[in-house]
Write a protein that binds this ligand. Structure first.
Ligand code: HEM
Length: 412
């Protein structure tokens, strides 16, 4: 025990062992080094709730324009070839965000509930008679891609390839900072798809949000190709990756907390609170990267203009200073006033209402139709990425049931 207590505190988000259980390191960061410097990878990490919240809030001090992933960082203002609003600061960010915010309001998303439920029901129907499923491939991965594609107007036939490329973008190697070839190929695949697609939309083909974007104006001009490409890629990756991982995280966590699972099965009205607790306790997004715009001091450390700063959402959401002595426990009855699962401030997740709706619908259907599902914890395989937490494979078994579409009297 004494040995453990003096072990050097090293936080490397790329280490697979760290990703297996980041919370031990996060606690040490909060307690021992709330402004932590990693000399090898040259970044700061803020881990206490108040510091992370303030980091998100102060966009003048901490810019998103140097990249929002550590491994994609670059000097502020250097373009990547496509302009995503998530990598702009106000006021430019505000203008772009206004263009699309109405598509993702709670009210607009509420109108999509029946369609979203229909999509998930279709996937559950495919496995329900067999009594077994591979949660990620069969249920949680195709589902958010279908939903965001329906919003964007991406044809069904193109979705599997987009999904495969989006998944590839997240792949990282154990302990390695550099972006692997596979991930770069995934991004190239996404760019190539939309480069070919956008001229067709401009020529009037297709329908959906991409066509709307083509017609939108900012400051009296149409969006540039870099901005259009930026929106498409941001929506595909943000709309798919985190929500996919979140729903599988819900299933895995509930299976390890049978009492809480039983409570939610008995009272589905608890599902929205349960989802908030999963977003707090084990969020699919673990950190965001920012770049300092000037020298800054905090917790006795001197940070320099241009330095990288990680805002550790995963650590902040376990902070006893905010959530009390039980912060490290999963408790669906906690009902905290706030958490940082969707970030905070100017860049607060645009898709939060959509993600909450997708999560609610998926979990309602799962717990209604296969409430006794059991996760094969020996066979599950983690998805390794520096930032996104989730499962690559999550096999489950359950009592078989009828397809929703064949249960009616007409099918006898
Ligand atoms: C559980 C699911 C999700 C989680 C945990 C999540 C998390 C986040 C976080 C932490 C941010 C803040 C980024 C920053 O401050 O730099 C963010 C931004 C964003 N998210 Fe999500 N997200 C989820 C689902 C979605 C969905 C379904 C969409 C679909 C449209 C989406 C679209 C976006 C966009 C466009 C931004 C950038 C907003 C801006 O720059 O103003 N997200 N998300």
């Amino acid at each position: 025990m004494a040995e453990l207590a003096v072990a050097e505190l090293v936080y490397n988000p790329f280490g697979f062992a760290h990703q297996d259980d980041p919370y031990v390191t996060y606690k040490r960061l909060r307690d021992e080094a709330p402004a932590y410097w990693n000399p090898e990878l040259e970044f700061w990490a803020l881990s206490r709730f108040e510091d992370v919240l303030e980091g998100f809030r102060d966009t003048e001090l901490l810019s998103s324009a140097g990249g929002i992933a550590l491994e994609n960082r670059r000097p502020i203002g250097h373009s990547t070839g496509f302009n995503q609003m998530i990598e702009f600061d106000p006021p430019e960010h505000t203008v772009l965000r206004k263009l699309v915010s109405r598509v993702f309001t709670t009210r607009t998303v509420a109108k999509m509930e029946a369609e979203i439920r229909g999509i998930f029901t279709g996937y559950l129907d495919e496995v329900i008679e067999s009594g077994r499923a591979e949660v990620v491939d069969d249920l949680t991965s195709p589902f958010p891609m279908d939903v965001i594609s329906a919003i964007l107007g991406v044809p069904e036939v193109d979705r599997p390839a987009l999904r495969a490329n989006s998944d590839k973008v997240m792949i990282r190697e154990d302990g390695v900072f550099a972006i692997p070839r596979e991930a770069a190929d995934g991004m190239l695949g996404l760019v190539a798809y939309f480069m070919e697609d956008l001229p067709k939309r401009k020529a009037g083909e297709g329908s959906g949000l991409i066509n709307d974007l083509v017609g939108f104006e900012v400051d009296g001009r149409a969006l540039t190709d870099e901005e259009l490409l930026g929106f498409c890629i941001l929506f595909i990756i943000a709309g798919h990756e985190t929500t996919t991982k979140m729903v599988a995280n819900v299933m895995e966590l509930l299976s390890r907390h049978p009492d809480q699972k039983a409570a939610v099965v008995a009272d589905p009205a608890l599902i929205p609170d349960m989802i908030e607790e999963v977003l707090r306790y084990h969020n699919s997004t673990q950190y965001m990267h920012r770049t300092l715009t000037r020298d800054f001091g905090i917790h006795g450390q001197r940070m320099r203009e241009g330095d990288s700063v990680l805002l550790l959402i995963g650590a902040a959401n376990h902070d006893e200073r905010e959530f009390g002595p039980t912060a490290e426990e999963f408790n669906i009855f906690r009902r905290p006033e706030r958490h940082l699962g969707f970030g905070y401030g100017a860049h607060f997740c645009l898709g939060a209402a959509l993600a909450r709706m997708e999560g609610k619908v998926a979990v309602e259907e799962i717990l209604r139709r296969i409430p006794d599902y059991e996760v094969d914890h020996q066979a599950k395989v983690r998805f390794h990425s520096s930032n996104v937490t989730g499962w690559r494979s999550l096999p489950v078994t359950f009592t078989p049931g009828p397809r929703a579409g064949t249960a009616g009297p007409a099918d006898g």
